[in-house]
Design a protein around this ligand. Structure first.
Ligand SMILES: Cc1cc2nc3c(=O)[nH]c(=O)nc-3n(C[C@H](O)[C@H](O)[C@H](O)COP(=O)(O)O)c2cc1C
Length: 164
């Protein structure tokens, strides 16, 4: 197969930004340190076993922690929690600092679950693709806690862009 094609980068950007995304807080923990960041590149990847797929900045603090611990949590925010999502992508003084703004407890796998989120999943890594500026992690959902049901925060309504 020939690779002699050219990519229309403007079309690529417009089309990729049409992919609908949620807005989640990914939690990680290593020793007594917890960290978390806002993640929108998240989707389900299998019913059985239940898998999730998430792309994480290759040079981020949390990527290193996921690599070393083989696990992460996914907190599902409610539609009115945009301000909380903003806390988790802003630079912080120290690892764990973002959680000063958000009470949490540790799940059975030791991962942070935000008390005010709709709920959280704890996941263990089953595979990854490291190619480009994000690492694509595939992980199995091992625990799930539902605090309350409700409408989730979606990227489209926030005015933020992450994609293209
Ligand atoms: C709307 C939005 C969506 C984001 N989605 C992701 C994502 O899916 N994956 C990712 O690695 N970073 C994503 N980010 C960026 C991280 O939240 C940000 O880089 C964070 O500071 C990384 O934290 P860390 O270095 O402490 O791990 C997103 C940022 C915004 C504003």
């Amino acid at each position: 197969m020939s690779d002699s094609v050219t990519l229309d980068t403007a079309a690529k950007k417009t089309l990729l930004r049409k992919i609908p995304h949620g807005v989640f807080i990914c939690g990680v923990a290593e020793g007594d340190q917890v960290n978390g960041f806002t993640a929108s590149w998240v989707t389900q990847g299998s019913f059985e076993p239940p898998l999730v797929v998430m792309a994480v900045l290759a040079d981020s603090t949390s990527n290193g922690i996921i690599q070393r611990t083989g696990r992460f949590s996914l907190n599902v925010l409610a539609d009115h929690q945009k301000d909380l999502a903003a806390v988790f992508f802003k630079p912080q003084q120290a690892v764990g600092g973002r959680f000063d703004a958000a009470p949490f407890s540790l799940g059975p796998l030791g991962l942070p679950i935000l008390n005010d989120a709709l709920g959280g999943l704890e996941c263990t890594l089953v595979g990854q693709v490291a190619h480009g500026d994000h690492t694509v992690f595939v992980a199995e959902v091992k625990t799930a806690v539902l605090h309350r049901d409700g409408s989730p925060l979606e990227l489209a309504g926030t005015g933020w862009q992450y994609g293209g």
